[in-house]
Design a protein around this ligand. Structure first.
Ligand code: PMV
Length: 327
């Protein structure tokens, strides 16, 4: 009753922002993303009837009671009946945790795969994606490989709300240069930020109305490997999502000065002919996309922008999977 899984982070090209059901974590609209090799979580789950409580170790340290509780609740969903044995969960990220780099996406995707495998459940990819979604909306997308389409779904029970891959990781060799623009955890978590936006932003409904068309356009752009079109739809989705959050009361502003410098810089580079676009999630960091052929130049340029603290590079990656247990 033990298994280890590896899952990568993912970045939304068309963003998810807002829930139609908070308990089931059902999004108000769909999203389109890319699963990213190079930003990973590795998680081992061991169930044992001899354990007296669930324990959760994250990056070598005992996790907080709140984080452990969230893991316990999720493990209940992964087990097949009400008699779940307690578990030992050991997890590590190879990138900064909870800094707006989607560690919850790779985290819950890895946990879903490791826990259901340790429980010896035979689930298909869509079922694992549904399960991962209960932990974090974006985690549903890290279950699948490459370019992912996350359906909003229509059913009240959420069983049709999951991701699937529409292009493999090797379909298009894009690179994502992640510019770290601050240290430490973000001030407003994504769930709080999106709930507040839904409740108080006069732009929220307008934002939701943009999503369906943007998803179709992003998928076509990927399938045609049309970088310019993808740049246009991804930047618009990012800015529209942030505009709806910024229009809340009080406004939710995830950016710092370096974030804004990078937005301007990316636009200047593109005007000069460099194929690049930016996207930003619920944090200050900027993800700069480019074709693999331009990644060295883009890395150098991003590193030169004042305030950029560090750089990570990611490429299209595979979905969450069971890996060899090295303990
Ligand atoms: O599912 P969460 O709580 O990780 O929220 C994801 C929200 C964004 O990263 C801002 C957008 C997205 O689609 O990933």
């Amino acid at each position: 009753m033990r298994a280890t899984a590896l899952a990568h982070s993912n970045i939304a090209l068309v963003k998810y922002w807002g829930k139609r059901d908070v308990d089931l974590n059902l999004p108000a609209a769909g999203s389109v993303s890319l699963t990213l090799a190079g930003m990973s979580t590795r998680t081992t789950v061991e169930f044992d009837t001899g354990f007296s409580a669930d324990t959760f170790e994250l990056d070598g340290e005992v996790a907080s009671p709140e984080a452990t509780f969230r893991v316990s609740q999720f493990l209940d969903l992964c087990w097949y009946d009400d008699e779940r044995p307690r578990a030992r969960v050991v997890s590590s990220n190879d990138f900064p945790t909870a800094a707006g780099l989607a560690s919850s996406a790779s985290g819950f995707a890895a946990l879903a795969v490791a826990a259901t495998s340790a429980a010896e459940r035979q689930l298909n990819e869509a079922e694992v994606s549904v399960l991962a979604r209960r932990g974090s909306g974006s985690a549903a997308r890290s279950v699948v490989s490459g370019f992912a389409w996350m359906s909003r779904g229509e059913r009240a029970d959420g069983m049709d709300c999951h991701a699937y891959s529409f292009a493999d990781p090797d379909y298009w060799d894009l690179r994502c240069v992640v510019a770290l623009c601050a240290r430490g955890k973000k001030a407003v978590g994504s769930t709080d930020g999106m709930t507040h936006t839904m409740q108080t932003s006069p732009y929220y409904d307008a934002w939701v109305e943009t999503v369906a068309e943007a998803m179709v356009s992003a998928r076509e752009a990927v399938l045609e490997r049309d970088f310019e079109r993808l740049a246009s739809v991804a930047e618009a989705s990012c800015l529209q999502m942030h505009a709806s959050a910024q229009a809340s009361r009080p406004g939710v502003l995830y950016w710092n000065g370096t974030t804004v410098e990078l937005i301007h810089a990316v636009r200047e580079w593109r005007a000069e002919g460099l194929p690049v676009f930016f996207t930003i999630d619920a944090g200050p960091h900027v993800k700069v996309f480019c074709p693999a052929s331009h990644v060295e130049k883009v890395r150098d340029r991003v590193a030169d922008v004042d305030g950029v603290l560090d750089i990570l590079e990611a490429r299209p990656g595979h979905g969450a999977r069971v890996v060899e247990d090295d303990a």
